[in-house]
Write a protein that binds this ligand. Structure first.
Ligand code: NAP
Length: 284
């Protein structure tokens, strides 16, 4: 620690359980140092039955804002005063900002992925066909971000079909001109849809440590060197799935850049400052 806490120090943090392996304190700490800000970022281990008390403490302790991670991203919603569109649409909150006494929820996951694609690969999603595997909170955030950024079509496949249907329905309500299709996991048409996609994104935890041998979809026959395949898992890097599709020629990107991207966007909401991408990316 190369800073001294003082009466002026502003406090941010992260609520989660488990929390000890979170990279966010390192990422935000590096950003404060780079910008010379007298701020600290604290990992808070919050049990589910303490979440409401912890959220109240943001107000009572004058905390500037917190990130929210597993398992609180959905449960925290009714405890907030207001939701930004990003959180409302994705049904999950990864960032809470205190404005005066009001707590506002955001999801920076989807735009964080877009930022990482731009910064890691100089890729935009404008006019691209996107295939999402999964329809949970991260998938919803990503779906709204890619469609808002001009993706031409979106396919969603999920173990639980009705969640894929619900996501597609919600996208159509906001973006009636985007072609949106839900699909059963493992449907015979899935390889065909994957073959025609430009960007394929795994948003499920399948393949995440410790289950590092698992892959989100058994077929890789559809993969070509035209595909960009993205796995938002960042541990391990690369995942087994990314290794296999890379061997078939696809361009690949893991979840570390998205983690940095969502952190950079949260940092901006907390502090009002922009931090260079590499400052946070180097800490992941
Ligand atoms: P979530 O809301 O719980 O959604 C999980 C999704 O994965 C659901 O679609 C679920 O399908 C599917 N799924 C889970 N286990 C499955 C299995 N065994 N077989 C088939 N499908 C399965 O979780 P989330 O918050 O979206 O997070 C998902 C992943 O993204 C996690 O690995 C998380 O670490 C990662 N993530 C990364 C970043 C980053 O910055 N890189 C940010 C956010 C999240 P059902 O609907 O059928 O349950």
């Amino acid at each position: 620690m190369d800073r001294t806490l003082s009466g002026e120090t502003k406090v941010c943090g992260i609520f989660g359980n488990p929390i000890r392996h979170s990279a966010s304190p390192r990422m935000h700490g590096a950003a404060y140092r780079a910008l010379g800000l007298n701020w600290v970022y604290v990992p808070f281990l919050v049990e589910p039955d303490s979440l409401a008390t912890a959220v109240k403490a943001i107000r009572s302790l004058g905390i500037m804002g917190v990130n929210v991670t597993i398992p609180h991203k959905e449960q925290v919603i009714p405890l907030l005063d207001e939701l930004d569109d990003s959180a409302h649409r994705s049904g999950s909150v990864n960032t809470i900002v205190r404005r005066g006494n009001r707590l506002i929820g955001y999801s920076t996951d989807g735009d964080g992925l877009l930022l990482s694609l731009k910064r890691e690969l100089n890729r935009d999603v404008l006019g691209q066909s996107i295939f999402l595997i999964g329809a949970g909170g991260a998938a919803r955030s990503i779906a709204f971000s890619v469609v808002a950024a001009g993706a031409s079509s979106l396919w969603v496949s999920n173990r639980t079909r009705f969640r894929a249907d619900a996501l597609c329905h919600d996208i159509r309500q906001v973006f009636p001109n985007c072609q949106v299709h839900a699909m059963d996991e493992g449907s015979p048409k899935m390889d065909d849809a994957l073959r025609h996609a430009d960007i394929v994104i795994n948003t499920t935890p399948i393949g995440m440590a410790p289950n590092v041998d698992a892959i989100p979809y058994s077929s890789i026959a559809w993969v070509t060197d035209k595909h960009l395949v993205c796995d938002i898992i960042y541990k391990p890097h690369p995942t087994r799935w990314l290794k296999e599709v890379a061997e078939r020629g696809a361009q690949t990107v893991g979840g570390a850049g998205m983690l940095a991207g969502q952190g950079i966007l949260a940092f901006h909401l907390f502090t009002g400052f922009e931090v260079p991408y590499d400052i946070m990316r180097n800490e992941v």
